[in-house]
Ligand binder design. Structure first.
Ligand code: SF4
Ligand code: SF4
Length: 657
């Protein structure tokens, strides 16, 4: 059987291929040109780690097969693997359009690789067909809230279904006159009843339909919303490998101080904009979306993608035409959306394709703060307090030591001699009444363990975490430089923090300003002291408690076990996990500088406390001063304060010593 057995049909076949590949190439160049013009970012190092991630998360579909979404995950993975499996088949299909029975070396009728490969193709094609039918039912009838229905998606599903069905029919027809795959051979029995002429017609129709589906699919992909089929591979390969740090802004030499135009994002950000599959897992995980704030990460991505596509001809026209359409910040992405993000990273952790959001929000916040001076009014105070007093409350720096009165703590400026660790108390630990007891507990633990430590006292100033996440990069760099100067003055090597925000900023962001230190969070430090037998919790606490993961310890830094190990070492503690914990933990609502912003109802902290109430615990253990405050407020606001309290892990361990 040879469908292009005349010169005319061969020419038509060649012409279709030529037009398809030309269109594909032109569209791809247009799409990628914009990436070359975007802001450079280095994602080319750590090749080994990137390749192993590609194997695990792209080929292996590691995140797609998240147990929480196992149904949709299996559907997507089977379609993806099916596509990979039929690649050789498609190459054969094109080759055989020119030369009858052409095959790649070691493939072909009667050869070993065909006998292994063709059953595979059978299996995957049937699997993909079933999954396409299931996907159609899901989109048309079940309609999950997180999935966007569109004609584009229906068309792509239809094309995939057509590709699989026509290929199966081709093999069935071929099997009536020669060797084929096991499925083709089974169909041959059925087809031979139809008579030779009908089988020939079926073959010809299926063959041309297959060709049209394949070529249309190829040419359409780069301009469709399903461009992600191509770009997702690159998004996974070039994924972020460094945890916790926001991109550095070169204040002195930068052309722009933030992102006001789509092309001012990094090329990886734009690649991410293209790569979204609209699966909605990010939206599902987002605390802002869950509490009815005007933010859905999925929608943000869709809006940016549509805006980029609209603006593309202008970006590729070398500045001949001026863009006069909607602006990115304000029109395409509303300012309230930009401020609603808590930078909890739940969206990025949930995304099967490692699409980043936080850097994009920070880029737009930098534009609003540094270029437009447009930010929520309550931040006026926060920024002023940080600038003038080095803490968000505007309390005098001299009062940073008041919490330690009577504790006889060594200060660095008093030359305490050799120390094991600098205890970084942080603004909340030093100045917030709710968190001063945590600092006292840390001191009690350090003394019990015989750790030699000192504090900076009045020489400590805010790390700049909130300023940076609120877009005030200039202020962050001023505060960070001041702290680094202090650390260098005393030759500090190892720092202990009790705040995950301080921990993250000193550990991951100060190196951008040449401040390199070994940094430990108190939960890690305490867990280590317990493990080494330097402290031993003895007093039974008799508490049913749960642990609320801080986003900046957990998702941003991958510290999940130490807090739990410290809690489990306390006699009488019964630790129960909330439904959303560890990587899936739900934010308290204070991250991303949102601690200093007003929040409309319903509130994130209340939602979290309701979750804790649902598992009947008497204590919510925390490891972050902001989480502690938010959970405390949530407990009071939801009226469960008679049955529930919150305590930092350091307090619980200290209580038990
Ligand atoms: S970082 Fe958190 S709050 Fe921000 S978009 Fe992602 S999930 Fe939502
Ligand atoms: S950003 Fe990621 S998680 Fe969100 S819809 Fe797109 S692919 Fe899904």
């Amino acid at each position: 059987m040879h469908p292009t057995d005349s010169v005319i049909s061969t020419l038509i076949f060649a012409l279709i291929l030529f037009v398809t590949f030309s269109a594909f190439t032109i569209f791809m160049i247009r799409r990628f040109q914009v990436l070359r013009a975007a802001v450079p970012i280095d994602r080319f190092s750590n090749v080994k780690e990137r390749l192993s991630g590609l194997l695990r998360f792209f080929i292996g579909q590691g995140r797609i097969l998240n147990p929480k979404y196992i149904g949709a995950g299996i559907m997507h993975a089977v379609i993806f693997w099916g596509f990979l499996a039929v690649t050789i088949n498609s190459i054969h299909f094109i080759g055989r359009g020119f030369v009858e029975n052409w095959s790649l070396p070691l493939f072909g009728p009667g050869k070993f690789l065909d006998s292994v490969y063709l059953p595979f193709v059978d299996l995957f094609e049937v699997g993909v067909l079933l999954m396409v039918i299931w996907a159609g039912i899901r989109r048309a009838i079940i309609k999950p809230k997180r999935v966007t229905n569109s004609w584009d998606a229906a068309l792509i599903l239809g094309l995939i279904g057509s590709l699989m069905l026509t290929d199966i029919l081709i093999r069935g027809a071929e099997a009536t006159v020669g060797e084929s795959s096991p499925l083709g051979n089974s169909l041959a029995g059925l087809f031979s009843i139809m008579g030779t002429e009908t089988v020939n017609s079926l073959f010809t129709v299926s063959w041309w339909l297959h060709l049209i589906s394949l070529t249309f699919f190829l040419a359409y992909l780069p301009i469709s919303k399903h461009f992600h089929v191509i770009t997702s591979l690159f998004s996974v390969y070039f994924r972020t490998l460094n945890y916790g740090a926001l991109p550095m802004l070169d204040i002195e030499n930068a052309e722009n101080y933030g992102v006001s135009q789509i092309e001012q994002f990094s090329w990886k950000d734009l690649l991410d904009v293209y790569s979204c599959t609209e699966c909605g897992r990010c939206q599902d995980a987002c605390p802002a979306y869950a509490t009815q704030k005007p933010l859905s990460p999925k929608l943000v991505n869709e809006q940016m993608r549509d805006h980029l596509n609209e603006k593309l001809p202008f970006l590729n026209s070398s500045g001949e035409e001026e863009w006069s359409g909607p602006s990115l910040v304000g029109d395409v992405i509303a300012e309230e959306t930009i401020w609603a993000c808590t930078m909890c990273k739940a969206c990025e952790e949930a995304c099967p394709l490692f699409i980043d959001f936080i850097d994009r929000f920070v880029g737009m916040r930098r534009h609003l703060v540094l270029e437009k001076s447009s930010f929520p009014p309550e931040l006026n105070n926060t920024f002023r307090n940080l600038e003038t007093h080095g803490n968000p409350w505007g309390i005098a720096a001299s009062q940073r030591e008041e919490w330690a009165e009577g504790l006889d703590l060594p200060r660095m400026y008093d030359s305490p001699g050799e120390i094991d660790v600098l205890y970084w108390v942080g603004c909340a630990g030093a100045l917030d009444d709710a968190n001063k007891p945590v600092s006292e507990s840390v001191v009690k633990i350090l003394r019990e363990a015989g750790v030699k430590f000192a504090i900076l006292g009045k020489e400590e100033t805010c790390t700049g975490d909130a300023a940076r996440r609120l877009g005030n990069e200039y202020l962050f760099q001023v505060l960070a430089a001041q702290n680094i100067e202090t650390f260098e003055k005393y030759g500090v090597k190892k720092i202990l923090t009790q705040c995950p925000h301080c921990f993250n900023t000193i550990k991951n962001e100060y190196p951008q300003l040449a401040g390199n230190y070994e940094v430990m969070h108190h939960t890690e430090f305490i867990a280590e002291l317990i493990k080494d037998g330097r402290i031993k919790p003895k007093t039974e606490l008799k508490s049913d408690l749960t642990y609320h993961d801080s986003c900046y310890m957990g998702r941003h830094n991958g510290v999940y076990d130490s807090p739990r190990e410290a809690l489990s070492a306390i006699p009488g503690v019964n630790l129960t996990e909330m439904p959303r914990s560890r990587e899936n933990g739900f934010c308290c609502g204070a991250g991303g500088g949102r601690m200093w912003l007003e929040e409309s109802m319903p509130k994130v902290n209340q939602e979290r406390v309701r979750e804790a109430s649902s598992i009947n615990v008497d204590t919510v253990a925390t490891a972050c001063p902001f989480c502690k405050t938010m959970i405390r407020d949530g407990i009071n606001e939801t009226g469960v304060s008679e049955n529930m309290k919150t305590k930092d892990i350091a307090q619980l361990v200290a209580d038990s010593l």
